[in-house]
Design a protein around this ligand. Sequence first.
Ligand code: SF4
Length: 357
Amino acid sequence: MHCFTKELLKWNLHHNARALPWKGEKDPYKIWLSEIILQQTRTGQGLNYYLTFLKHFPDVKRLALAPEQEVFKLWEGLGYYNRCKNLIATARDIYFERKGIFPRSHEEILSLRGVGPYTAAAIASFAYNQPFAVVDGNVKRVLTRYFGIKDSPDTQAGHKKISQLAQKLIPETRPAQFNQAIMDFGATICKPKPLCSVCPLRNNCFAYQHDRVNEFPVRIRKIKRKTRYFNYLILHTKDSVYLAKRRKSDIWQNLYEPFLIESTDILDKKSIVNSEKLKSFFKSGLLKWNSTSEEKKQELTHQTIIARFHEIEVTRQRKSILGWEKINLNKLARLPFPKIIAAYFSERKGSATSKHN
Ligand code: SF4
């Protein structure tokens, strides 16, 4: 056994105090659920979602049989909605095509929708004690520092090198403990700002011994952030509002939104009234402009969304518009919305209630 593995397991046994509700969990459904929720999500934020999902869907059958809208509503605010779509598809695949039995082999687990190498390794090791090493951000940070790996984990070659190393280090006899230990160690000791002075691995850590801790992991990828401007028109009657589901491959797939005009900057009223998109939807004579909100902002991982909401009353309604649903205001709470829209509707509801008090 490599001295890294020995030292890590020793730390895990005597000093690892990180408590998480899914730690030690053996049920593959719960492990899978926690891992899907935690992809691209901070543990603190994912925790509540995990507990809520488990309460509503304690097993794969309940999740598979749940209406899609209900699942998306619970996912609201967690972002990366493709994960939710995959979650539903996989739950249905397991329940309807695999007799409700979660696959056991690593290869089969990896074939599930939305399950990549990291999640497959987590399920195989935690649920079935199979020796597949997980490689997430924590693992990459720990291994690049300890072994002084100069390849960036952002490159394919760097990722491969780290994965192969992790696979060499994982002990056949205690794969679940090793995987949990290395992730916990990265989250609590070898953090982005590491606690080297109390680290039990420092005597053999390359970065620490060479005073180069800040150089690892080597980062090369700088993702450009993009700002998008969303002009939302709340086209409404006295008791309903027009909404559509976002379908194209973009952010917020499957969530509901009001009529959107996206532009290169926030538009003024005149530009909106003259926009071809609005004209093709409603004749301006049938619309009564009521109010415009302040600019709202939502930060996504690689995008900033700036939105403004315009309240526009539709004085003569069209019977039906392809792709659009006229939703009663009382039913809005049941639909899944992006965070920025959910916040606007709840503010709107609050001000409507206070007006009537
Ligand atoms: S000594 Fe510092 S850099 Fe090295 S493994 Fe420990 S915490 Fe990480």
